[in-house]
Design a binder for this molecule. Structure first.
Ligand SMILES: [Zn+2]
Length: 346
């Protein structure tokens, strides 16, 4: 089978291996034939950081080809025996189920966490991938293969919305140009909130125009400290510094995405590039600002939202490419120019 993984020797560029071995279907796991993968900045960052040697691709959809449910499996897993041939997506974070955090109900922060296609566990840029049954979710018929892999991204935006839910109408600014920023702006706009997106890219602002979401070029805004919430999706110190200039006293800065692997222009606020430069956090103390981190959210809710077409992910797809072109697609993602590239595997 085909699989895309980083080369063993530096600079660990991704390449297509034509004769990769088909994975074993372990106990409590399912073998999934991959149909579509959406590439995100996190996948490109994973290549750049060079720590991961497995099959890339963290967000994918596919069809179950084999199921291995051992005797004595919990009822929630045994119930999935009937999922043969079903369309599924995977939540990329895989918890161990036995550490103190997992046993305490915080498996999302498992101490031995693996992440499909990013950390310690093969992802979906291949023909077949084995995934723990507990990480799989059925895709409703009304969600097509193209949009299904965006479920994880939508779930993260829903989690952010849940963290921010408030009684009063709030003013929220989303910073960034990634697909995640655009999904976040759409999901937050459904709350009781006045939402605007600040992005350096005019094509992203045009999408907001289409969705009826307020938007501005990132170097235009005043720094009036008048926003109740600033959601920083730039993954950069410069983004956090800008957020601290825009948020009101006792407001919230929510950090949505991990470190950016590429420079992002933040206008007069400078050039964001990961968390490498120090940030002056004194405004956070002086203005008593809460800084929150936010990650994975509820996949079933995200799939429901996609099936109701309550969020437009189709418009985020800049290009569609074949599995053979995935290395080139990852290079393109690293430039920040495409919002999202969908890889058509089967
Ligand atoms: Zn654990």
């Amino acid at each position: 089978m085909r699989a895309v993984r980083p080369d063993l020797s530096p600079p660990h560029s991704p390449r297509v291996v034509a004769d990769a071995r088909e994975p074993e279907c372990g106990a409590g796991e399912a073998l999934v034939r991959v149909t579509r993968v959406v590439l995100t900045p996190a996948d490109a960052a994973c290549v750049e950081h060079g720590h991961f040697r497995g099959v890339l691709g963290s967000q994918f959809a596919g069809v179950i080809k084999k199921i291995n449910v051992p005797d004595g499996a919990p009822a929630s897993i045994s119930a999935r025996k009937g999922w043969m041939g079903k369309r599924v997506v995977a939540a990329p974070s895989i918890a161990c189920a036995s550490c103190d955090l997992c046993r305490g109900g915080l498996s999302v922060h498992c101490r031995a966490r693996k992440v499909l296609g990013i950390h310690d566990r093969d992802g979906g840029l291949c023909d077949m991938v084995s995934v723990p049954l507990g990480a799989l979710h059925l895709v409703p018929d009304s969600v097509d293969d193209q949009c299904a892999p965006f479920a994880h991204m939508v779930s993260g935006a829903l989690h952010a919305a849940n963290m921010l839910r408030s009684e009063q109408k709030s003013f929220i600014t989303v910073l960034g140009d990634s697909a995640s920023a655009l999904v976040c702006a759409q999901v937050l706009a459904r709350m009781n909130a006045a939402v605007r997106l600040l992005s350096p890219r005019t094509d992203r602002l045009r999408l907001c125009e289409r969705w009826g979401i307020k938007h501005r070029a990132i170097d235009e805004p005043g720094r009036r400290q008048d926003q109740d919430v600033v959601v920083d999706c730039t993954g950069s110190s410069a983004g956090l510094a800008l957020a601290l200039q825009m948020v009101r006293p006792r407001g919230i800065v929510l950090l949505k995405d991990p470190a950016a692997q590429r420079p992002i222009s933040l206008g007069s606020a400078g050039l964001g590039h990961g968390w490498k430069t120090p940030v002056d956090l004194s405004p956070a103390v002086v203005n008593e600002v809460q800084i929150l981190g936010s990650r994975d959210g509820p996949m079933p809710d995200a799939l429901r939202m996609l099936s109701e077409q309550a969020v437009d992910v189709g418009a985020l797809i800049t290009r569609r490419m074949k599995l053979e072109d995935a290395p080139e697609a990852l290079r393109l993602m690293a430039t920040g120019e495409p919002a999202a590239i969908v890889i058509e595997v089967a």
